[in-house]
Design a protein around this ligand. Structure first.
Ligand code: CP
Length: 322
């Protein structure tokens, strides 16, 4: 694996999941693989799980991780080609990225979208410039449109959960991605990425449900059944993935705040005793009720724990191909 930006960088999803679960069973299996290698974890935005799970994963492989909170501690970066830098930006990505590429063997970047200019965000301008100028493998820690480490984790968690149930021996799982309310304008990254990965995996019945106006880009959802009727979507679901996102069409806008879209035990009763997933952080009693999050069907903690094994499997693949 040369980089990890989207599912397109993965040759075999099931093999990568198997590798991640092997690391879960034996975290230090490949402790020598990353010896004398350094990984840079660059954050242009906040994080809890991605930041810490990536560090743990790198250390499990014997690498030295260094975290740099670019947004708080770095120079303000310029990304525009030909910019006359007489404003607030101090250093061009063309100058910064090659330096970082010399310090690190692998460079990981978190860079959220601005949610103002759709074309700019969906061109993945920032992460693509790191790829262009750094000269080392780049791993996305969540970019403007995708969150591939989260989505790999989600597939791992679904497959792990399926392996402990006899009911999936002859049946594909029904996976439902449902929109949930939120007080802020939230990127489409997690929903885009989850859709992209479930579709690429291809071993599930996949339904997406959201209010009108929240259609995601067809680039990621093609192949899924899409409905505005949440109750219909939830019927017989085995896994329900809850997530808010802002409008793609009316870019970055919050069009709906209807609390009826919040997942609760009444809606859970429509499902096939579904497992409930969310990438976290979650707004309790806005996106998901306490009763769900604290109840037996929630697998959000297991899901977040699996972030380590997803990151470890990806870093291992990159180290092996260097
Ligand atoms: N799910 C996720 O990416 O969590 P953080 O934003 O805390 O890293």
């Amino acid at each position: 694996m040369k980089q990890f930006i989207s599912v397109k960088d993965v040759a075999d999803i099931n093999a990568l999941v198997k590798k991640a679960l092997a690391y879960k069973a034996a975290p230090f299996l490949d402790k020598a693989l990353g010896a004398n290698k350094r990984i840079g974890l660059l954050f242009l935005n906040p994080s809890l799980r991605t930041r810490l799970s990536s560090q743990v994963a790198a250390q499990n492989l014997g690498m030295e991780p260094i975290v740099f909170n670019v947004d708080k501690e770095g120079w303000a970066l310029e990304f525009a080609e030909g910019a006359i830098m007489n404003g607030n930006t101090v250093e061009h990505i063309k100058d910064a990225a090659p330096v970082l590429g010399n310090y690190f063997d692998i460079l990981c970047i978190r860079t959220f979208p601005g949610l103002v200019n759709k074309e700019e965000d969906y061109s993945e301008k920032i992460i693509n410039q790191f790829i262009k100028y750094a000269g080392v493998p780049i791993v996305s820690l969540e970019s403007a449109t995708l969150h591939p480490l989260q989505s790999l984790t989600d597939i791992i968690t679904i497959l792990e959960s399926m392996s402990s149930s006899a009911s999936f021996k002859n049946k594909k799982p029904k996976i439902v991605l449902t929109w949930a309310p939120h007080i802020k304008s939230i990127p489409q990254c997690v929903a885009n990425s989850f859709s992209q990965w479930v579709n690429a995996w291809g071993e599930a019945e996949f339904v997406i449900t959201h209010p009108e106006g929240y259609e995601l880009s067809a680039e990621f959802t093609k192949g899924a059944t899409i409905t505005h009727h949440q109750d219909d979507a939830l019927k017989d679901a085995d896994f329900v993935y809850v997530k808010n996102w802002s409008s793609y069409e009316q870019y970055g806008k919050v069009l709906c705040s209807d609390a009826h879209w919040m997942m609760n035990n009444k809606k859970l009763a429509l499902t096939n005793n579904a497992k409930l997933m969310h990438c976290l952080p979650v707004r309790r009693n806005v996106e998901l009720s306490d009763e769900i999050l604290d109840g037996p069907n929630s697998i959000v903690t297991k899901e977040a724990s699996n972030r380590v094994w997803a990151a470890q499997a990806v870093l291992s693949e990159i180290l092996k191909s260097k």
